[in-house]
Design a protein around this ligand. Sequence first.
Ligand SMILES: [Zn+2]
Length: 165
Amino acid sequence: MDSAFDDLLQHNRDFAATFALQGFDGVAKSGVAMVTCMDSRIDPLGMIGLEPGDAKILRNPGGRATERTLVALVLGVNLLNVDRILLVQHTRCAMASKSERELLVDISQAAGVDASWLDLGAIEHQRLSIIQDVHRVRSHPLIGERAQIGGFLYDVDTGLLEQVA
Ligand SMILES: [Zn+2]
């Protein structure tokens, strides 16, 4: 069957031919969880010197501590060995570069249908939102003091992390 995914499936067969990630379980070996943006410039494991198996990586637009992200962190902290959580937003993020209204106009134009009903979650003040998200995770009753929580800004031009909260 011809598929839009043929090239990727071919690469997967190559990947499986030298597969080396078997033999460990799903806990975070390093105790780390990172929440970060879906931006393709970001290498979450590489930026902090980790490898597959080491960490829980949770990605969404902007790298926000959303409801479902908090659920994932609860699982990570209580069942999967996580004791350090990094909340990582980044410079030049599309979610922080335009207003909610401007982004919805862009999406409406690209899609050719009205997108104004969408709750996008554009970030108005990036550093403030990092501080707010750290507080949000820390004040969760099922996370709280069970993990160290840090908020960071990642510079996509230098690769450096700056701790904000
Ligand atoms: Zn982003």
